[in-house]
Every structure is written in C-alpha cells, then in structure tokens.
Design a protein around this ligand. Structure first.
Ligand SMILES: CC(C)(COP(=O)(O)OP(=O)(O)OC[C@H]1O[C@@H](n2cnc3c(N)ncnc32)[C@H](O)[C@@H]1OP(=O)(O)O)[C@@H](O)C(=O)NCCC(=O)NCCS
Length: 163
C-alpha cells in the first residue's frame, strides 16, 4: 500500500478524531477536547499518513490512514497516541509513523521515549516489542474505563534493532 507522511494540518482534525474513536474503545479513545489539547500542546508534534491510492471507497472518503501524536517534556520523549485505520494495518504505516516520531525526538535530543498502552492491547504490545520497547511497570486503572496500562520505554541512543 503506497503512502506518504506529512505534518498535521488543522483541517485534518475531524478525521483524526474519527480514526481515534474507531481505534479505541470508549474510556480509552480521546474526546475531541483531549485530542485537540494534545495536538496543540507546546513541545508536541503530529504526523499524518496518507494513502497515495486514490481509492476513497476503501478509505471511507479520506486519504488519511493513520497518525501519531508525540511530545518531548524535560528531555524525555512521549508517544501520546498512534492510530492506523483497521483497513490499512499490517502495511507498515504504523512503523513508518513511529520511526518518524523517534527521528523527531532524536533531533530534539531525547534520550528515551515512553508510552502507555492498555494491558490487553496485544497487537500494540507486539508492535512496540518489534520496535525495541520494553515494559517498565504497570499503571493500575490508568484509563477511565478502569483498565490498567503498561508503561513502555525505548532507549533512543541504542542503534536501531536489525529486522
Ligand atoms: C498498533 C498499530 C499502530 C500498528 O500499526 P500497523 O500499521 O498495523 O503496524 P505495522 O504494519 O507497521 O506492523 C509492524 C510489526 O508490528 C507487529 N504487529 C503489528 N500489528 C500486529 C498485530 N495485530 N498482531 C501481532 N503483531 C503485530 C508485527 O511484528 C508487524 O510486523 P509484520 O506485519 O511484518 O508481522 C495499529 O494496529 C493500530 O492503530 N491499532 C489500534 C490503535 C492502537 O492500539 N494504538 C497503539 C496503542 S497507543
């Protein structure tokens, strides 16, 4: 699946919100207010993946197939969310978004990057493990649904893992 990645534009917001709400259950998905505040937060960045195929049928009227929101605070990188539309998964869109976010954080001199994911999100755990993340601790009842999160971390100074 050919795709490209670009910086977020304000007119993307509604689509990103719809993708987030389709990717996560209630209690884990962000509200419009939350997502907007993360995207606009000082020290954050948002990258958007767009399909290069002009197939709006597959893409439900939009060419946007995924996005990532990250930030750096006090020298530590943080992935706030990464969402790929269900129809576009396992085509390395998530990997390209995550690798670009890590590149941005390295440019900003982050030494480590952290993120949280639900303990039962097996596909995300497998995805992050593939990208060199490891579990630091469990955060009880992290999500408003009551589900625990795992805090994962990656050392950005280590050479990239070979595939
Ligand atoms: C997690 C997510 C971002 C992965 O995006 P993706 O574009 O499908 O991932 P990639 O195609 O780049 O996958 C790279 C590797 O990660 C692993 N992986 C990805 N999805 C997986 C799954 N469902 N099951 C097992 N391993 C998986 C595999 O090792 C995969 O390589 P392979 O396809 O060669 O086996 C996507 O599944 C998603 O948006 N999920 C819903 C939202 C979410 O859970 N976000 C993360 C929590 S914050």
């Amino acid at each position: 699946m050919p795709f490209s990645i670009r910086n977020y534009r304000e007119e993307d917001f509604k689509i990103l919100l719809a993708i987030d709400q389709s990717c996560f259950a209630a209690g884990i998905a962000y509200s419009a207010f939350e997502l907007k505040s993360y995207i606009n937060r000082r020290g954050s960045f948002t990258f958007v993946a767009e399909s290069s195929e002009d197939d709006k049928r597959v893409n439900c009227g939009t060419s946007i197939i995924g996005f990532i929101v990250g930030e750096q605070t006090r020298g530590t990188g943080h992935i706030i969310t990464i969402d790929v539309r269900a129809e576009a998964r396992r085509h390395r869109v998530g990997s390209a978004l995550l690798e670009l976010a890590e590149k941005q954080l390295r440019l900003w001199k982050s030494k480590i990057v952290r993120l949280e994911t639900a303990v039962d999100n097996i596909s995300a755990l497998s995805f992050y493990k593939r990208h060199g993340y490891h579990v630091i601790k469990t955060i009880p009842r992290y999500y408003s649904s009551g589900v625990d999160a795992l805090l994962l971390e990656k050392n950005l100074l280590s050479p990239p893992a070979s595939r």
